[in-house]
Unconditional design. Structure first.
Length: 191
């Protein structure tokens, strides 16, 4: 930029800084960073202050918006997780209330009394509960686990190395990784 043009604009209160890398008068490459503009000797102008305040305010509002969005996303995840937990607990409670019916169906099957229409109803109920995620567990000759089994009787047996289930009195049931009822068993172990 020519110095006449610069001086003329400065007299009228307009300040123009030329940040072009090529000088329009000499067509030579100039070092823009090294050239201090008029009044650029460490002074900040009044025009820079509002722009800086606006940028700071924009950054603050952006940070607030990002924080609120993150809080909302966390809230939604927490609500969804709680909703699933409530649903799982409700289904587990209903299934636990139906366990005596399932036991009666098993006893009727063992005695040959589950026939005809009762048989189809029993099988449909067991199938529906299995689809919901009900798992039956507990067998003879498996390792005794106090988290899964309730020992109703114990006996001593020197031939085994760890406590083992010898008889199953009543099967256990599990839903959603949670034991609804432990298997009731007889246990043999070493003294």
């Amino acid at each position: 930029m020519s110095s006449e043009y610069q001086n003329e604009n400065e007299e009228h209160g307009v300040r123009v800084t030329d940040k072009r890398r090529i000088d329009p008068d000499t067509y030579t490459l100039r070092d823009v960073d090294a050239q201090p503009g008029p009044g650029a000797a460490g002074e900040s102008t009044e025009a820079d202050a509002p722009a800086t305040a606006e940028v700071d305010k924009l950054a603050e509002l952006t940070n607030d918006l990002q924080r609120v969005q993150a809080e909302y996303a966390n809230y939604r995840r927490r609500v969804d997780r709680d909703r699933e937990l409530v649903k799982e607990n409700a289904v587990g409670s209903v299934i636990a209330a139906l366990l005596p019916v399932i036991d009666d169906i098993d006893r009727a099957r063992e005695h040959g009394e589950l026939a005809g229409a009762f048989r189809s109803v029993g099988e449909a109920l067991e199938g529906a509960l299995a689809k919901l995620g009900l798992e039956k567990f507990g067998e003879a000759n498996e390792a005794f686990d106090p988290n899964l089994h309730e020992a109703l009787s114990t006996e001593s047996n020197d031939e085994i190395s760890e406590p083992t289930v010898t008889a199953l009195y009543q099967p256990g049931y599990r839903y959603g990784g949670r034991v609804l009822r432990p298997a009731r068993v007889a246990v043999a172990g070493t003294d």
